[in-house]
Design a protein around this ligand. Structure first.
Ligand code: C5P
Length: 337
């Protein structure tokens, strides 16, 4: 069967179950945005996508004196995304409307990113941010950080804000360790506390052309997971270095490069995560790994058919499952299947 035929079956099954398009576990469309529809001034609104990431490697090298941990991690953006609609308003307010009510606050990282950018403009008005959330929260997928980076990039381009790349990175890093990565997205080695980003060229995806993600039914705080980390889980950074060197040499990727220093502790403490991992392996995944500080797990597949079968089995067991693949949004090869 061709890949497009499998996807067609998947979409038609979703239709029979009357799943609304924006509830599909595969990202295919923009949800309508009410403020943008009401905007009277042509050009006063802007739609942007904010992609999720997974950590293909995550080496924790040790604890720093500033309380953060020194990392080497290879991150990859994937085709699972939030949609943001930015609409200009006349009063100097930033408001967030999100379909997840607890995120409709000015503490939302996206709103804080907009506040920072507004400080660099003479624009007298404000902004409404409508956020259609599809990336699960507190999941290890970088959703909040990606939303913030998407706002920074969109407003910089929209208002032609004369910030250099280094200034944008510094601004992004002040919002969170993962935010600088999302300014470029794609595949990158991230070091320091995560903010020192070296983009890597997109490799032949090979064994990880398709990704099945499972989000166990808990949210985990990154700070808590780092606090619980045992020093015996520290590495010397060799997984991330081997991965990056292989990509830079144009060599194939190997499963043996994949690693997450946070995984052992998370599996030990959170039975929902270890159960989900066991279910994924039992459903046919060959390799299952935690993304970031979790609880989301991902499994790579070379073929869509195998990924699709595993996804169906896990969904039938009641898991929250996403079928996805790598995207490289800034090199123009965002592909849709
Ligand atoms: O940078 P961010 O605000 O996303 O980090 C959240 C928390 O995760 C930090 O307050 C810290 O406790 C932990 N963290 C860490 N080392 C890192 C990144 C995050 O200990 N490199």
């Amino acid at each position: 069967m061709q890949e497009w035929q499998i996807l067609a079956i998947f979409l038609s099954q979703a239709g029979k179950r009357r799943i609304k398009l924006d509830k599909l576990p595969i990202s295919v469309q923009n949800a309508p945005m009410s403020h943008a529809q009401q905007a009277q001034i042509p050009g006063s609104f802007h739609f942007v996508r904010a992609y999720a990431k997974i950590n293909l490697t995550l080496d924790v090298l040790g604890k720093r004196t500033d309380g953060y941990h020194e990392l080497a991690t290879v991150m990859q953006t994937i085709d699972l995304y939030d949609t943001l609609c930015l609409t200009l308003t006349e009063d100097r307010h930033i408001e967030v409307f999100c379909d997840t009510p607890e995120l409709s606050t000015r503490d939302n990282l996206a709103a804080r990113a907009a506040e920072r950018i507004l400080q660099h403009t003479t624009y007298p008005g404000g902004l409404t941010i409508e956020l259609s959330k599809r990336i699960p929260m507190a999941a290890g997928l970088g959703g909040g950080s990606s939303d913030a980076a998407a706002v920074l990039l969109a407003l910089q381009e929209w208002w032609k804000i004369p910030l250099s790349q280094a200034e944008m990175v510094a601004l992004a890093a002040s919002l969170g360790s993962d935010v600088p990565f999302f300014l470029t997205g794609g595949l990158a080695l991230c070091e320091g506390r995560g903010e020192v980003v070296t983009p890597l060229s997109s490799p032949e995806t090979g064994f990880m052309r398709w990704l099945v993600l499972v989000k166990p039914p808990i949210g985990l705080s990154t700070a808590t997971i780092f606090r619980q980390l045992s020093a015996s889980d520290y590495t010397d950074g060799s997984y991330s270095r081997a991965f990056s060197a292989s990509v830079q040499a144009g060599a194939g990727l190997q499963k043996s490069f994949l690693h997450n220093s946070l995984e052992r502790g998370v599996l030990e403490r959170y039975p929902e995560v270890s159960r989900a991992k066991a279910d994924m392996l039992h459903a046919g995944a060959q390799w299952v790994q935690l993304s970031g500080s979790g609880p989301t797990l991902f499994a790579p597949f070379p073929e869509l058919k195998a990924a699709f079968d595993v996804q169906q089995r896990l969904q039938a067991q009641g898991h929250a499952v996403y079928l996805s693949h790598a995207v490289h949004p800034n090199s123009g090869n965002v592909r849709f299947y």
